[in-house]
Design a protein around this ligand. Structure first.
Ligand code: KG4
Ligand code: ZN
Length: 401
């Protein structure tokens, strides 16, 4: 069974094509292409939603055409009815309708065979999500394949299932029955900081999240204050490696002792701003060493808070494994602190392969695969798919005492 997956929730345009082997309870990756828009957004210091949408509309047909060149299998006839349907789907993306109509009108164009389509429908930036969802709807209409609307954060959780050589392996996923539940997932990205109880695959409950900024957002904002370009996470982390412990550079550990699983990073960001102002007053411009010291102290503060709260949750829920996923899971210091923690707790740590930490379409394929193996049937071909920019996990209802 062939599954096409599409991800456009933020600033990566991505499509993958996988072949599901139901007997093996696994899949192989036929194609996986991501076009990053990071360069486009650098001048804005963050992701600019209208621009992200425009770039997705430009990138998706390019990626799809590349995959169709590799798997040229099925002729499609674009009759008047289908042409009108495409125009209707892309009412707000007229350029995309024209590109697809001209692509599909080419007599030599053949589509890959597709049995199901997964698409991210939230959470994320609304305009960006709509482009992916409409694109999925168009392909679904042409192929007759059902649509599986997929949650982006479930995608990040599922990303840990992909093996290191996922592109080459006949079975791209670790055996699903090799995991013990419940697990805990700490999802850290540019838009989210969440602790999720994973009772089983497809069985997720929110136990706590940030009250304000997400971890990645805090990294990006602090990086900007220190004169680094977007996305700041990797830059802070590189500079922190040269940092020294400096008693003049000290930051709070927000909510570290609060009696819950909530986080807050906006105060930390403000504390960095004051710290920079004070240091500038004293020394004039910040030296490279001071910048590195601030980067280190900021990374330490974030790491300590994440570790402490996660440890509390591991113990309270008797978690048997810990998943760390989302863009910030590429941070080496954070991952190594969690390696120590999980060793101490005697449980396993699961992180995505390096290339799958950021947004990608394979994590969406994996998440939809988990639904398909659970017997979910997806929406009928061509259905309208609702976008939910703030889609979340159901909160865990704690037993009343
Ligand atoms: O998951 P992701 O690619 O997109 C969202 O869904 O948000 O996460 C992107 C975030 C950005 O804020 C970026 O600065 C952060 O992940 N990030 C990092 C590192 N690499 C990426 N933060 C800290 N350290 C890193 N090495
Ligand atoms: Zn993400």
């Amino acid at each position: 069974m062939r599954l096409l997956s599409i991800e456009t929730s933020c600033d990566e345009s991505a499509i993958s094509l996988v072949e599901i082997d139901k007997a093996q309870d696994n899949f192989s990756v036929l194609a996986d292409i991501t076009i990053s828009q990071i360069e486009t957004h650098i001048p804005y210091g963050g992701v600019f939603p209208a621009l992200a949408k425009r770039e997705h509309a430009k990138n998706l047909p390019i990626i799809f055409q590349e995959i169709a060149t590799r798997y040229s299998e099925e002729v499609i006839t674009l009759d008047e009815e289908k042409r009108r349907a495409l125009e209707e789907i892309f009412q707000r993306e007229k350029g995309l309708a024209e590109t697809l109509i001209s692509l599909f009108s080419d007599d030599n164009f053949k589509l890959p065979h597709i049995d199901a389509i997964a698409v991210t429908n939230g959470p994320g930036l609304s305009p960006a999500l709509w482009t992916g969802v409409n694109f999925a709807r168009a392909i679904s209409l042409l192929t007759g394949a059902p649509i599986y609307p997929t949650n982006h954060m479930e995608g990040h959780i599922s990303s840990i299932l992909l093996k290191e050589n996922y592109l080459k392996e006949e079975q791209a996923l670790f055996p699903l029955d090799s995991f013990s539940f419940p697990m805990l997932a700490l999802l850290i990205s540019g838009g989210h900081t969440q602790l999720v109880l994973v009772k089983g695959w497809n069985n997720y409950f929110l136990i706590g999240e940030t009250l304000d900024d997400a971890v990645g957002e805090a990294f990006d904002k602090v990086a900007r204050m220190l004169g680094m370009e977007y996305p700041g996470g990797p830059k802070i982390s590189a500079r922190a490696k040269e940092g020294r412990v400096n008693e003049e550079v000290s930051l709070p550990r927000p909510m570290i002792h609060s009696d819950d699983y909530r986080f807050s990073f906006s105060g930390l960001k403000t504390a960095v701003r004051y710290l920079i102002e004070n240091l500038k007053e004293k020394y004039g411009e910040l030296s490279d060493q001071l910048i590195a010291d601030i980067a280190l102290e900021f990374e330490e503060s974030v790491t300590e808070v994440l570790v402490k709260k996660t440890q509390k949750a591991i113990e309270a829920f008797s978690a048997r494994g810990l998943i760390i996923a989302g863009g910030v899971s590429a941070n080496e210091r954070i991952v190594s602190a969690f390696q120590e923690l999980t060793q101490e707790e005697g449980i396993e740590l699961f992180t995505p392969q390096r290339f799958l930490c950021g947004d990608n379409a394979l994590m969406i394929a994996t998440s939809a695969f988990l639904k398909i193996r659970d017997g979910e049937s997806g929406l009928p071909a061509g259905s309208q798919v609702e976008v939910d920019a703030h889609a979340g996990f159901p909160p865990l209802s704690l037993p009343r005492s």
